[in-house]
Design a protein around this ligand. Structure first.
Ligand SMILES: Nc1ncnc2c1ncn2[C@@H]1O[C@H](COP(=O)(O)OP(=O)(O)OP(=O)(O)O)[C@@H](O)[C@H]1O
Length: 257
């Protein structure tokens, strides 16, 4: 199982946001982080892979062209967790997870209830099941959004800044879950801004700059002061903490290029 995304171009009006972007082949079992400056095109790329935005280029999952699969079948293969948290719903959290599960297939009510509840329980949010979605905190809604994205047991999981509203413990919970989902044979791709978190959890980092892949590879090869200066314009140090993990420390902006 792998995802091959080649020559992806996206235009909004006259503006070309992605211009023939090609990702390395992303294999099942790996967690890939897309990183890069604001407006670099990371969300647009995820949305193009999920077939949520018109684009040129090919996105092939395990030999199947995602653009040619009927939308309902694609919904079973691809889970997408958007950057914007769900709101404006009159449903309780459990109902939103059930609705995500039932998209594209008919499942008896009792089975859908049990499956949605099981996912919420696994994510440690069973206690939120009967709460109205709109009454939840940002972090709680983010965990419900993850439940919606994974409840159909997708082969490809695309997550846009999935930890942005989470406290430290829930970040660890979510990222551990992503690692587990990948280890079970899924392709997992997440946009993250925190490069120290990316270094700890990702197998591969793809650094996107100005609609292109500027660098990609293992965290050690991508998180270098030179690349961070080129892409972010910051003066960064990359050091290892006592446990050997990479830390990215910012000393200032406008690094000499
Ligand atoms: N629907 C849209 N219509 C017009 N322009 C858009 C649309 N979606 C995105 N863009 C533009 O495309 C560019 C890339 O946006 P995108 O959201 O992909 O960036 P990003 O790398 O995810 O940024 P961030 O880190 O800030 O979330 C931005 O300039 C944005 O204004």
């Amino acid at each position: 199982m792998s995802l091959i995304a080649r020559d992806i171009s996206v235009r909004f009006g006259a503006r070309r946001v992605l211009d023939g972007l090609t990702l390395p082949e992303l294999k099942a079992g790996e967690v890939t982080v897309l990183a890069g400056p604001n407006a670099a095109g990371k969300s647009t790329l995820l949305r193009a892979i999920a077939q949520l935005v018109p684009h040129q280029g090919s996105t092939v999952l395990d030999g199947k062209d995602l653009a040619r699969i009927p939308a309902l079948d694609r919904a079973r293969l691809v889970g997408f967790m958007p950057q914007t948290l769900p709101s404006g719903s009159s449903l309780i959290a459990l109902e939103t997870v059930i609705a995500a599960l039932r998209a594209g297939r008919s499942i008896p009510a009792h089975q859908a209830d049990a499956a949605a509840m099981a996912v919420m329980d696994k994510l440690g949010i069973a206690a939120l099941a009967l709460e109205p979605l709109d009454s939840l905190s940002g972090g709680q809604r983010q965990m419900v959004s993850l439940a919606q994205a994974i409840v159909r047991d997708p082969r490809l999981l695309l997550l846009d800044e999935p930890t942005s509203a989470l406290d430290l413990a829930r970040q660890v919970r979510l990222l551990s879950e992503l690692r587990r989902l990948a280890a079970e044979g899924r392709v997992v791709v997440a946009v993250l801004h925190d490069l120290a978190v990316a270094a700890q959890w990702a197998d591969r980092i793809v650094l996107i700059h100005d609609g292109h892949v500027h660098a990609e590879g293992a965290p050690e090869s991508v998180l270098t002061p030179a690349l961070l200066a080129q892409v972010y314009g910051v003066d960064a140090r990359v050091e290892r903490c006592s446990r050997g993990r990479l830390m990215v420390l910012i000393d200032g902006e406008h690094a000499p290029l």
